[in-house]
Structures are given as structure tokens and as C-alpha cells.
Design a protein around this ligand. Structure first.
Ligand code: BGC
Length: 386
């Protein structure tokens, strides 16, 4: 692997301190760090953490958890959120490289837009960890920490089928045969995860579409037709409104919606309720899935409005990212548990994948409250303290 950048910085720092021109230092030298101040150990290690946006609660949690974990190791952290704006994110990463960070942890907005930043990072010997979202089209992605993204899609489809009554809580067929009318939504097309989620879901749903158990009345079943640019709530809400107008005016019944993220689920539920459906599942609101276990959606699930979500414990993801960062700082390769799945178009990136859990109303207590992710009061309020 590439030399950890701290070693290069040590050499540069030593050369500066001694007033020497750089002349073939091997990188072997004690103490020192990114700031070139000798002898301060980890205090001098600085990590750049680039997160996409604060409009999804999860990214705020991700950013804060990664920052805290790194600070607990004695590193300093430059944490930036980019407001889902690609130029803002590229600029933030450029500055991190200029300020001499030792490792970059990046949750990209557009996974294909960072090639020149990653080239610059490689030239400066800065290892890059792709966080949750794979960075594509670059050989300079050194590691990837994420959840099993295909499994997320499979879990969403199975949760939809359970909500519809086709599967029971154990995943077995109930004997109900539908047919069920559903509509499909996918995430942002520039996010590598969106395709994994959708493909995972369709691996379950397509056979049922083929045999007529499931019908998609709009006919929109291709990824390109169902994506939601930048994962925006308003975009999903608008598409749901348009679908209701174009396809469901004639009394056609809508039974369920595959929604790939909780923020989008909220937009979709807004559209359904505004059209007079529900307002709860009991009162006929279509079954809507989700992802991320956002606190507002957990309240909706608790209130019998949203059917399910997929919980991805961002605390564990942050922990993995912190471990991988520490490995790079210490000059080692992080431990991977998947070296096959994530081809970014140039190479297969060694990855660490975490498992996910499906959450229906009955799972809120054991999965989220007992595990300390939310308190019962937060669930009731639909808002997290802190
Ligand atoms: C993440 C999801 C999140 C979505 C929107 C995806 O890359 O994996 O957890 O809901 O982005 O922010």
C-alpha cells in the first residue's frame, strides 16, 4: 500500500525544522506530524471528514460520530457538510488537502465528481476512505466502509411484501395472492448506493411483477424512470402527486410504495394524505417503506402511518470508519470483509460491510430503544434531543 501520509509529513517537517532542502528523506523519523511540529504524536494527526448534507438526520449523526471517534484517538478533525452542492464539496475537499490532512473520509454527493480531488489526494499521499457511498471512476479510493447496500434493497422489498400481507413476519408467504398495485421510487442516480438498493429490491419484486402478483399501474419500473435527484423530499412528493393524477384518478387502488429513504417516505406520505388517503395504515393509507430510521419516521411508524424502515446503525459505521482511519495513520491496511462486490469502474475497492435491520412498529422497542439509539420520549416526540 501507499505510505501513510504522516510519514511524508514527518520528513517534510523535519526538513523544514532543520532548514534543509528536501533531499531524499526516506520518511523514517520520529515524532512530528502534519503540522511539522516534532514530537507531539497523534495531536498532529488531522483528518478531513466530508459529509454531503445536513438535510438528512443520518449524515449529521454520521459526521458527529466519526468526529468524536477520531477525537477520542487524539486526532484533530475538520468536519464539513456540503449542503448537497457538488462545487461546495469539491472545494471543501480541496481545502482539506491544502491544509495537509493525513486521511480523508468522504461521503460523496455525486460519486463520479471527485476524480481530480482524489488525484490530488494521491499525489499528496493522503489515503481516501469512501464513507457509506462508493466513489467511482478513480483508482485512488483506498477503502470503503458501508452497509450491505444490496441487502438494504432486498429488506425494503420484503418489508413492502409483509406490509401488503403477502409475507408474514417470518418472511413466509401467507397465502394471500394480491394482486397488489404498487409504485416504485429510487434514490439519486449519481449515488452509487441508489442502484444497489433498487437492484436489491427488484431481485425480490421482479418475479412477482412477472407472475402478476404485483402490478405497477404507472408502468414505471426502470431505474431511470423512478430516481429522485439529490434524494430530495419535494421531488419525491411531486412525483407521487403526479402519479396519483396520471394513474389513480379513475378509482384505481394504490396498495403500496417502495420508498428508498425515510425523507422520501415523508414526501410520499404527504402526497398520499393530501389526496385524502389514510391518514393511517388502518384507515387505508398505502404501505410505504423507508430507510435510515429517522426519528420523525419512527414516530410515523409508531403512529401507524409509515409501515416500515431499514435501520442502519450509523454508530457502527462511524466506528468502522474510525478504525480504518487509524489503520492508515499507523501505516497499515484496514481490515476488509468484502473484496469482491464494490467495483468502482476502475478497481474493486476493499470494503467493510455492516448488516441492516428491518423495523416495523413492534421492533421499535427492542431494536432502537433497548439498543440506546433513541429514547421512548424521543420516539413519542418524533424528535431527537442533543
Ligand atoms: C444512504 C442512505 C440515505 C441516502 C440519502 C444513501 O447513500 O446510504 O442511508 O438515505 O443516501 O441521504
Amino acid at each position: 500500500m501507499r505510505l501513510a501520509k504522516t510519514m511524508g509529513a514527518v520528513a517534510a517537517g523535519a526538513a523544514l525544522t532543520l532548514g534543509l532542502a528536501a533531499c531524499g528523506g526516506s520518511g523514517a523519523g520520529g515524532g512530528g506530524g502534519a503540522d511539522g511540529a516534532a514530537g507531539n504524536g497523534d495531536d498532529d494527526v488531522k483528518i478531513g471528514v466530508a459529509m454531503p448534507t445536513q438535510t438528512y438526520e443520518r449524515w449529521i449523526q454520521d459526521g458527529n460520530n466519526v468526529k468524536k471517534g477520531l477525537e477520542d484517538l487524539g486526532y484533530s478533525v475538520d468536519l464539513q457538510f456540503a449542503n448537497d452542492d457538488i462545487p461546495t464539496q469539491t472545494q471543501q475537499i480541496d481545502s482539506m488537502i491544502t491544509e495537509g490532512v493525513d486521511v480523508l473520509v468522504i461521503a460523496s454527493i455525486d460519486g463520479t465528481a471527485l476524480t481530480s480531488q482524489l488525484d490530488a489526494a494521491a499525489a499528496a499521499n493522503i489515503p481516501v476512505i469512501a464513507y457509506d457511498r462508493l466513489i467511482r471512476d478513480s483508482e485512488n479510493v483506498d477503502f470503503y466502509t458501508t452497509f450491505d447496500n444490496e441487502a438494504v434493497g432486498v429488506a425494503q422489498a420484503n418489508a413492502l411484501l409483509r406490509g401488503l400481507g403477502y409475507l408474514d413476519a417470518d418472511g413466509k408467504e401467507t397465502g394471500e395472492k394480491g394482486p397488489y398495485n404498487i409504485e416504485l421510487f429510487a434514490g439519486s442516480p449519481d449515488d452509487n448506493n441508489a442502484g444497489f438498493f433498487f437492484d436489491g429490491a427488484m431481485s425480490v419484486l421482479q418475479p412477482l411483477i412477472d407472475d402478476g402478483t404485483i402490478v405497477v399501474p404507472s408502468g414505471q419500473t426502470d431505474f431511470g424512470q423512478v430516481t429522485t435527484q439529490r434524494w430530495e423530499l419535494e421531488t419525491a412528493q411531486k412525483r407521487m402527486e403526479d402519479l396519483l393524477t396520471s394513474t389513480y384518478q379513475g378509482g384505481e387502488k394504490l396498495d403500496g410504495v417502495l420508498a428508498p429513504a425515510d425523507v422520501l417516505s415523508r414526501g410520499i406520505i404527504n402526497a398520499l394524505q393530501s389526496a385524502g388517503m389514510g391518514p393511517t395504515l388502518e384507515k387505508g393509507l398505502p404501505v410505504v417503506t423507508g430507510q435510515d430510521a429517522e426519528i420523525a419516521n419512527i414516530k410515523l411508524i409508531d403512529d401507524g402511518v409509515q409501515s416500515s424502515t431499514i435501520f442502519k446503525d450509523t454508530r457502527l459505521l462511524a466506528e468502522q470508519a474510525v478504525k480504518a482511519t487509524q489503520s492508515f495513520v499507523e501505516g497499515n491496511d484496514p481490515e476488509a470483509n468484502d473484496t469482491k462486490t464494490y467495483d468502482n469502474g476502475v478497481k474493486v475497492v476493499p470494503s467493510y460491510l455492516l448488516e441492516v435491520q428491518t423495523v416495523f412498529k413492534d421492533d421499535i422497542q427492542p431494536v432502537l430503544i433497548d439498543a440506546g439509539y433513541y429514547t421512548a420520549d424521543e420516539v413519542k416526540a418524533g424528535q431527537a434531543d442533543d
